[in-house]
Design a protein around this ligand. Structure first.
Ligand code: KG4
Ligand code: ZN
Length: 313
């Protein structure tokens, strides 16, 4: 079964053609980073307008790249939620129009479920059940993937998402949007123990939830201290310390949920799953325990169309 998949939940317009849920025939993303960079973050109104400009030519391109016509397809999958409402509307209405014109049925796809499905593209042997850490700009969830369509959330952030916290600190350090990507690179040359940061929720018994807003405030206070004294910011050390603190929270809760619920197959997904420290730390933790660890290829970590087509309803 070949399907056209469309993703427009935030600032990337993406489309793909996917066969039988696991084979990507073509996948293209039109990034809006340059349009939002000047504002230091995504401007919803700008994002919607750019999606409108991009979506039609992008779909035409994926069809041409795969050498397919609409009569070769069986359905149109489209992200319906969660995300920026104006952005989602563009993808959903485009899919509806195309459905009326071609007679193809629409498959509405949940964005977080499609991040989980991105794992099936890069790991052909992966099958539920497994425990998945979904970390993106809007979410930080520990999810039991009991079956392809049966999920249970064990823990989630009570305030900021991990990606959001990375982006905010990146912005304070003067990095281009999205700050998380640049912070990860700069952190490689810093000392991860340069500053003492609080450990969020450390006094709570048995929670798999996260909280990143206190950590972010503590880091911002350190940054403000340097700025007030007119001392140049040690960007490498700040990046490395903040990255380590966030990754420690994610890894500790994830490993402890896996132990408590008896999971030996672990996976990560979402934009922040591209983080180099998160990938290597979980790789190490799983290896130590003889557990299996699955991650998406870097091209499928951030928002993309292929993961929408990989979803199984
Ligand atoms: O999944 P995604 O593309 O969009 C959402 O669904 O939110 O995730 C985007 C987030 C951004 O916050 C971005 O800074 C973060 O993923 N991100 C990273 C890295 N690459 C992308 N955060 C940390 N380290 C990275 N290497
Ligand atoms: Zn996403």
């Amino acid at each position: 079964m070949k399907i056209l998949a469309i993703e427009s939940s935030c600032d990337d317009t993406a489309a793909a053609l996917v066969e039988d849920g696991r084979k990507v025939l073509s996948s293209l993303t039109s990034s809006q980073i340059k349009d939002h960079k000047v504002f230091g973050g995504v401007v919803p109104e700008v994002a919607s307008r750019k999606h409108i400009e991009n979506i039609s030519p992008l779909v035409k391109c994926v069809m041409e790249e795969a050498g397919l016509s609409f009569s070769d397809l069986e359905a149109i999958a489209v992200t319906y939620a969660p995300g920026l409402v104006g952005s989602l509307l563009v993808g959903v209405n485009f899919a509806k129009g195309l459905s009326i014109a071609t007679g193809l049925p629409i498959i509405p796809v949940h964005h977080i479920k499609s991040h989980i499905a991105s794992l099936y593209l890069s790991n052909k042997e992966l099958k539920p059940p497994f425990l998945c850490l979904v970390v993106s700009g809007g979410h930080s969830h520990i999810i039991e993937v009991r079956d392809y369509t049966n999920f249970r959330i064990l823990g989630k952030t009570r305030d900021d998402a991990a990606g959001e916290a990375f982006d905010k600190i990146g912005r304070r350090l003067g990095f281009d949007y999205p700050g998380g990507v640049n912070l990860d690179k700069v952190a490689e040359n810093g000392n991860p123990n340069a500053f003492a940061l609080p450990v969020p929720l450390k006094n709570e018994d048995k929670t798999y939830d996260f909280s990143f807003s206190g950590l972010k405030t503590a880091m911002i206070n350190i940054i403000n201290g340097y700025n007030q004294k007119n001392i140049p910011l040690p960007k490498e050390d700040i990046s490395a310390t903040f990255r380590k603190s966030v990754v420690n929270c994610l890894v500790n809760n994830f490993i402890s949920a896996a132990k408590d619920f008896g999971y030996i197959n672990l996976a990560i997904a979402g934009g922040v799953s591209a983080n180099s420290l998160l990938r290597t730390s979980l790789e190490k933790e799983c290896k130590k325990r003889n557990w299996k660890f699955f991650k998406p290829e870097l091209k499928y970590c951030g928002d993309n169309g292929a993961m929408v087509g990989a979803h199984r309803n």
